[in-house]
Design a protein around this ligand. Structure first.
Ligand code: C5P
Length: 411
């Protein structure tokens, strides 16, 4: 797959080398076209090193044009991706203006165009930008993101460029699976987030899970070419583009939704923090505080992971063990008891695990284990998906494996 990656002048341009790497890992050829202002944020030297191709930036560069003209570049592309896309480049593409190489290619290409906007939240919500977004979408241009969160300008809101992994996965989905991911043609079902077990119409029992780990795993699996179904409890994480999300609240709903989609799944990853117990009965009216104390009768929730692992045939099954003590011992016990292929053990509580952007984990399987240093959940998810793919093919037969080298993220 040939991708022209347009980089425009926003602070998120610093993520461009990582984005290039994610796309090349999937087998894409990436030709970078930078605008003049992008060069204020990221060097062409770094981009040339990661893309392995000379950077294009000037429409009037006679030598480069002689080698491959802007029209040839526009034809060469299977997809034109602009990331980060500033408000300015969106406006220019809407207007049909072509004052520079990137916008000229956007005008001259017949390939799909995708933009990953990145800007301050007020610029993004400005009616002018939103009107431009609508026009672009009406014209069939794909808008990837932006995400919600803290911004380089110190504000918080919508306008962050999505994670390079997520953008790479979306690009892959847009081009109909022309990449070469490790999980090409595989279906992966993932549970994520907490569950809510209702006590009465206004109260529920839940836990501190944010869903970030499960969502990062879903994006990492999609980035490796998998068809991903994410069964999600209530979370505040943006839905990853190109992934089917089934939203549920309770453990029983998560159990039912998982079993609805698990039939043809190759891999199941249970990253959800499912409630162990739920109130024995749902009180229909709000419980009044008449007594000095009260007690709740609780019953066990169904164990989704164990139920999937005991299916016949069962998908390759991966669980998590979030523990506050004896982490590895408890995890190994669960690996056996729940009949799992892999388990990811991590410590929770005391500033680790839940509701954070990083995680420290050890993966355990029947005859071995691998420990990871503290990594961002996005990086850990990528590592875990590579490990999962390696073990999946080892168990299910390597004849089904795509001819790929596993590129490790250790450098
Ligand atoms: O037994 P424990 O809750 O510690 O096991 C954790 C693993 O089991 C996680 O992968 C979690 O998603 C899964 N699980 C489940 N259904 C439950 C409880 C846990 O799928 N009811």
């Amino acid at each position: 797959m040939n991708i022209v990656l347009g980089i425009t002048g926003g602070i998120a341009a610093y993520k461009a080398p990582d984005l290039v790497r994610r796309m090349r890992e999937r087998g894409a050829e990436v030709q970078i076209v930078m605008t003049a202002s992008a060069e204020e944020f990221v060097t062409s030297t770094a981009l040339q090193a990661v893309s392995g191709r000379p950077i294009r930036s000037n429409l009037w560069d006679k030598e480069a044009e002689a080698a491959m003209s802007h029209i040839e570049l526009a034809r060469w592309a299977d997809l034109v991706l602009v990331a980060p896309a500033t408000a300015e480049v969106m406006a220019r593409i809407v207007s049909g203006g072509a004052p520079d190489l990137l916008t000229t290619i956007c005008l001259a290409t017949e390939a799909p165009i995708a933009l990953a906007p990145a800007m301050n939240r007020v610029m993004w919500s400005n009616p002018a930008t939103q009107a431009n977004r609508e026009v672009l979408e009406e014209r069939g241009i794909h808008i990837i993101g932006p995400g919600v969160g803290s911004q380089a300008c110190g504000e918080t809101g919508s306008g962050r460029m999505l994670d390079p992994d997520v953008i790479a996965a979306t690009v892959f989905n847009l081009t109909g699976g022309k990449g070469e991911g490790l999980l090409e043609g595989r279906k992966v079902v993932i549970t994520a987030g907490p569950t809510r077990e209702a006590i009465d119409p206004v109260r529920y029992i839940t836990n501190r899970s944010s869903g970030k780990m499960g969502y990062a795993i879903a994006s990492a699996a999609a980035a490796q070419g998998a068809e991903v179904v994410l069964v999600s409890g209530p979370v505040n994480v943006a839905e990853p583009p190109g992934i089917a999300v089934i939203n549920v609240e309770s453990a029983q709903q998560m159990y039912a939704a998982t079993h609805d989609v698990i039939g043809d799944a190759d891999i199941f990853i249970a990253a959800a923090a499912v409630a162990d117990y739920r109130p024995a009965k749902l009180v229909e009216q709000k419980i009044k505080k008449n007594d000095e104390s009260m007690s709740l009768d609780l019953v066990r929730c169904p164990d989704i992971l164990a139920s999937v692992a005991h299916l016949d045939p069962a998908p390759f099954t991966i669980g998590f063990a979030a523990e506050t003590e004896n982490v590895l011992d408890y995890a190994r016990g669960k690996l056996q008891r729940k009949n799992l292929d892999l388990i990811i053990a991590n410590r929770v509580g005391d500033n680790c695990g839940f509701d954070r952007d990083d995680n420290t984990a050890t993966a355990l399987w029947k005859n071995g284990e691998r420990s990871y240093p503290t990594l961002s959940k996005v990086d850990l998810a990528r590592e875990l998906i590579e490990l999962a793919a390696e073990h999946f093919y080892a168990v299910r037969g390597s004849d089904t494996q795509p001819k790929l080298t596993i590129i490790s993220n250790k450098d």
